[in-house]
Each structure stands twice: as C-alpha cells, then as structure tokens.
Design a protein around this ligand. Structure first.
Ligand SMILES: [Zn+2]
Length: 177
C-alpha cells in the first residue's frame, strides 16, 4: 500500500488487514449450490399460463421438443416448434406465497407454450426444481395406494391430458375398505 502515499485520504483501518482468502471450493468442482434457485410447482405455472398454453406445452414436452440447458438458477431451454428453434428462459421468482416467473422466448410472446414447456420439462427432469406443494404431498400416498387395482387417477377425464400431473392428486379414488 506504499503507493497510497500521495492520497490525502487515509483508508479506514480495517483495510490494513490482509484480505482473507475465502474458503470457496474451486469454481466448477461443485455445481452451483443455487441459493437463488426458487423451486416451483405446476400450480404456479397455472397462474401464469392458461390451460390451452399448458396443454400445448405439455404436448411439446411429450414430443421431446424441449432441450434443457445446464443453468442452475433458472430454466434455460431450446424448444423446437414448427421447424423453429426457440430459446426460452424462465426464472422463477420468490414472491412470498407465490412464485412469479420472469420469462422470455424467441417467439416474442409474453406467455407462450414454449415457456410452459420449458418449465414443465424442468419439473419433470430436475427434481431440484420441484416445490413441495400440498398436491404433491397428496399425490404420493394416493399413487401408492391405487397401484394396480384401478386405472390411474384422472384418466377418466377423456382428454385428461390437462398436463398437470400434480392435479391428479385432487381426484381421490373412492375409498375402499
Ligand atoms: Zn414462445
């Protein structure tokens, strides 16, 4: 710090301490712990995207049109739709009790099926994105209880392709003793 001699202002005393090397693991050794990753649930998507958009998004996921990127704190994906490759970014934001989504898509719309598809693909493929919701909690015991004797819950809806897996938990099967 000898070069600071010209400066009339003396730095505060604490700066005289040598900088402490922070005990950080080398970058890349561990994946980003993702303190800012905000998990979300299907029901959060349902607040942002209407049913048709979610259905179309689900169709894109099923068709394998979504390629997820490696980002840890936001959902990045490439969605191919009608011969176009769209770059999608969806960042869940913690808004207290609900989750909002900062989002963008190459198609230019503000709430499109590509975004819904990217978010749902992340929920499918990356458990770390899943927010535990009441519906999820209900889902597990229900699925375990009705393993084989009855058809999967929700199938009776005809085009029950509503997309929302967690929604299956709502339709409790008739109780059997
Ligand atoms: Zn789009």
């Amino acid at each position: 710090m000898a070069s600071a001699g010209k400066t009339p202002y003396r730095p505060p005393p604490f700066s005289a301490k040598p900088p402490q090397p922070r005990p950080m693991p080398p970058e890349g050794l561990f994946p980003n712990p993702g303190p800012s990753r905000v998990p979300f649930a299907q029901e959060d998507l349902a607040r942002v995207f209407d049913v048709k958009t979610i259905q179309r998004g689900r169709t894109l996921v099923m068709a394998g049109a979504v390629r997820l990127g490696a980002a840890a704190t936001r959902v990045e994906a490439t969605v191919s739709d009608l011969g176009r490759e769209l770059t999608v970014t969806v960042t869940p934001l913690d808004r207290g009790r609900r989750v909002a989504f900062e989002r963008s898509c190459g198609c230019g719309r503000s709430a499109c099926a590509h975004m819904a598809a990217a978010a749902m693909a992340a929920l499918d493929a990356r458990p770390e994105w899943r927010r535990t919701s009441l519906l999820d909690l209900m889902d597990q015991p229900v699925n375990a209880a009705v393993k084989s004797p009855s058809p999967p819950v929700g199938e009776g809806l005809g085009r029950g392709d509503c997309g929302s897996e967690s929604r299956k938990g709502i339709f409790l099967p008739p109780f059997r003793a």
